[in-house]
Design a protein around this ligand. Structure first.
Ligand code: ATP
Length: 337
């Protein structure tokens, strides 16, 4: 067995002058769930498409279970299940016909094909929808169908691009459950999402990408600790009257930063680590005329950690991996024969 389920070394993808993926390297062990996180345009989909053998890197190596995605795309496609962020389906094709179509495309026939489809429909709970037209499903049902399609050939590695986008809370919980079950079965799952709290719960590791470069790879706890050097304590503050009065007050007060508006006030960061300073800040708020009705400490979450990290990168406080092997050598995709 190869050492890693996914191995990426110095991967680049340029679109003209645009450096979408800029020298990233990472490894994901077999049987683990890795969350891929980054702002819009950070390079997640581009990286995932290369891993799914749907795009060529400008330079670098990408391997699935030790197999190079550029040199052996057919073998790679047998090993991966790919769930794209946008999913095409066909008019007048039922859920059953849709899965049957793809099962045939994967080379299944006869009894084996029927069994694979039944297994996938059972796992994704698509049975009751078997006769529904595949283009008339809700977003959650459509995602289950897309997952079902990706699982038909029982892949070892699942690459899922924003599978939870647009799902309601119940559908998100269901999807999370399915991902956990797949992980327990030993599949390797590489999943991108903007919902950091959910990723933190289900992933063994989180890979953060910014402007095409990896800025952090570790578990969610190490990420939270890793950003504690920023210090500060987070508080939820509620006030009577106009909630805007809190943010206005914070703007003119040192050692406090207004982070996020809430219904009756907001979330603030007090630039200190001792509770005495927080008590002083509360007293100052009251002296400043704010009618504080609630003031309580909050834990850092992954969103805080991520935003802190991006802030430090913007301020040049965190070195990003340098990636400048230029000029790029000409890259010729292998022939498809
Ligand atoms: P999002 O969270 O919004 O899906 P992302 O992290 O998946 O973003 P990518 O889709 O990988 O980001 O895009 C990275 C950058 O590459 C973006 O600036 C995007 O506009 C650009 N890009 C992606 N595909 C192409 C393409 N085919 N041609 C030109 N530019 C592209």
């Amino acid at each position: 067995m190869s050492e890693h389920a996914i191995n990426v070394q110095n991967l680049y993808r340029y679109f003209g002058q645009l450096q979408a993926v800029n020298g990233i390297s990472f490894q994901i062990p077999h049987g683990s769930v890795c969350g891929f996180v980054g702002a819009n345009g950070a390079g997640k989909t581009t990286t995932m498409r290369i891993l799914a053998s749907l795009d060529y890197p400008t330079m670098g190596v990408a391997e699935i279970c030790g197999i190079n995605v550029v040199h052996h795309p057919e073998e790679v496609r047998r090993l991966i299940g790919w769930m794209p962020d946008h999913f095409g389906n066909y008019e007048h094709m039922t859920v059953l016909e849709y899965l049957d179509f793809y099962a045939r495309a994967f080379g299944y026939s006869g009894k084996e094909r029927k069994e694979r489809i039944a297994e996938v429909m059972d796992f994704t709970d698509l049975g009751p929808l078997a006769d529904r037209f595949s283009n008339k499903l809700s977003k959650g049902m459509t995602q289950r169908l897309c997952l079902g399609r990706a699982l038909l050939h029982d892949p070892q590695v699942l690459i899922m691009d924003e599978p939870a986008a647009g799902l309601d809370p119940k559908a998100r919980v269901e999807l999370k459950h399915l991902i956990r079950v797949l992980a327990q079965e030993g599949k390797t799952i590489f999943i991108s999402s903007h919902i950091l709290s959910e990723l933190g719960e289900m992933c063994d590791s989180l890979l953060f990408v910014n402007a095409g470069r990896i800025v952090h790879h570790g578990d969610s706890e190490s990420l939270k600790q890793g950003t504690d050097i920023d210090g500060g304590m987070l508080y939820d503050v509620q006030v009577l009257g106009d909630p805007q009065s809190l943010s206005d007050w914070c703007v003119t007060t040192p050692d406090i930063e207004f982070l996020e508006s809430r219904k009756h006030g907001g979330r603030v960061r007090i630039e200190a680590s001792d509770p005495e300073r927080a008590a002083e800040m509360l007293a100052k708020m009251i002296r400043g005329g704010l009618q504080v009705t609630d003031f309580h400490r909050e834990q850092r979450n992954l969103e805080d950690a991520f935003i802190d990290m991006l802030g430090r990168i913007d301020r040049g406080e965190t070195a990003q991996p340098v990636a400048t092997p230029k000029p790029l050598p000409a890259f010729t995709p292998p022939s498809s024969n």
